[in-house]
Design a protein around this ligand. Structure first.
Ligand code: LLP
Length: 422
């Protein structure tokens, strides 16, 4: 399904004109297509049908409760990286037995919360973490299921900030150390070694790095099986890329085809933790032009969304396609512009040197492919309330998160007595 289409001259999400949503909820705002996200999930689910598997949606990509619920209702589990994400997953009604918990810095409190919630397993990233999990589990009188997150040292050929399986990265454990940790883990009374995990990075647009990493994981699993260690889960993480511009990433069925033959002979349950590929192209950020501004060397479109709303262009120089909501502009001769926000930083841009029609103040733009790592990375920088999120299905839509108010901006702050009065 193509959720973003011009209908009668106006860009729509499914059957709802984006201008209608902008009118009703204001701009900037995030808009998501329920059908697009669910279709992606179903494509993956169908492609994995003949291998025992569990899809754990990587909540960090788009954490709204309503979005989580789309996947949970399809049978999805959740991949989490913090106590806050566990709270969100449970609040959306996730089955704790389908929750996997990764991250290099799990605190004692977070580990206890996850154990009390009886999650499926921890993806362990260091020897110290393993012994802490054992200690907390002993205190609580429970067994902790763990997978070792191995670092397969595979170059995912993506932006360096989102490559996680390189030798120099902070994530995972080298194969040599993992072998040692298996030995240690077997001696820990409250640890059950249930799986092997890896995640090599994000926005990966080729299959080869996934295959290389899966081969290394499979080899390690076989080694453990031969040593009589019953590994039940093989977790290959997430990372499948999406088309932001002219990339042609594998489809989720091509991804499934590539890893299935590697995992099937192991007799384990396959876990995948996809985020971006499930939600990325199902979302857009709608923004309004505030001013057009010409300097001696540049044309600027100053819009009402900034780097605090969508940080990906500023942080990774990421490309997001930008479409005028009114199709009539598509026929005009484009002008090269920088699309910039109101934030007081030169790095506050949504696009640089981009050919776009010359729009007038008041007109709407859609920043595409903003469903993943969009709202969830938004901040209040410059005391800007975070934008609302809207979910569309067919010709209906719902605000699934309200725009923050100025009062929200100061919630929890207090002026101490020594500063009061006067
Ligand atoms: N599993 C683990 C352990 C992860 O760290 C991640 C993402 C995923 C799964 C999901 O990866 P995905 O399928 O979404 O690629 N903020 C960056 C992306 C950071 C990804 C962090 N980890 C961006 O905007 O591109």
């Amino acid at each position: 399904m193509q959720p973003w289409q011009y209908r009668e001259g106006m860009l729509c999400c499914e059957a709802v004109p984006l201008a209608t949503i902008a009118q009703e909820v204001g701009t900037p705002c995030y808009v998501y297509s329920l059908t697009a996200m669910r279709d992606q999930y179903r494509l993956l689910e169908n492609s994995l049908q003949d291998v025992p598997h569990l899809i754990c949606f990587a909540l960090k990509a788009c954490a709204n409760l309503a979005i989580l619920k789309i996947f949970i209702r399809e049978g999805s589990g959740v991949d989490i990286v913090s106590g806050g994400e566990l709270y969100r997953a449970l609040a959306a009604g996730a089955d704790p037995q389908k929750i996997v918990y990764a991250g290099v810095g799990k605190s004692e409190e977070e580990i206890a919360y996850a154990l009390k919630s009886n999650i499926l397993m921890f993806n362990v990233e260091s020897p110290q973490e393993l012994s802490l999990i054992n200690r907390v589990a002993a205190t609580l009188g429970v067994q902790a299921r763990v997978a070792l997150r191995i670092n397969p040292e595979v170059d995912p050929k993506t932006h360096p900030y989102i490559a996680t399986g390189l030798k120099q990265s902070k994530f995972g454990i080298s194969l040599a150390e993992a072998r040692e940790l298996v030995r240690v883990g077997r001696g820990l009374s409250h640890i059950e070694l249930a799986g092997v995990h890896c995640h090599i990075g994000s926005q990966i647009t080729k299959l080869a790095p996934f295959v290389e990493a899966a081969d290394k994981v499979a080899q390690f699993v076989r080694e453990l099986q031969q040593a009589g260690i019953g590994i039940r889960y093989v977790n290959l993480g997430g990372g499948v890329g999406i088309a932001y511009n002219e990339e042609s990433p594998p489809t989720l069925s091509e991804y499934a085809e590539a890893i299935r033959p590697i995992v099937t002979p192991l007799g384990c349950t396959l876990i995948v933790e996809l985020g971006r590929s499930l939600v990325g192209n199902g979302g857009a950020l709608i923004t309004r032009v505030l001013y057009t501004k010409k300097t001696p060397v540049k044309n600027f479109l100053v819009v009402d969304a900034g780097m605090n709303d969508l940080i990906r262009p500023s942080l990774y120089r990421a490309y997001h396609a930008i479409l005028p909501v009114d199709e009539a502009h598509q026929k005009e001769e484009p002008v090269v512009v920088d699309v910039v926000g109101p934030v007081c930083e030169t790095g506050d841009f949504l696009a640089q040197d981009r050919p776009l029609p010359l729009l007038e103040p008041g007109e709407l733009l859609a920043v595409m492919s903003a469903g993943a790592y969009g709202f969830c990375m938004a901040s209040n920088y410059n005391a800007r309330p975070r934008p609302p999120e809207v979910l569309v299905q067919g010709d209906r839509y719902w605000v699934i998160r309200e725009r923050e108010t100025y009062a929200d901006l100061v919630r929890g702050e207090t002026i101490p007595p020594c500063l009061q009065g006067g």
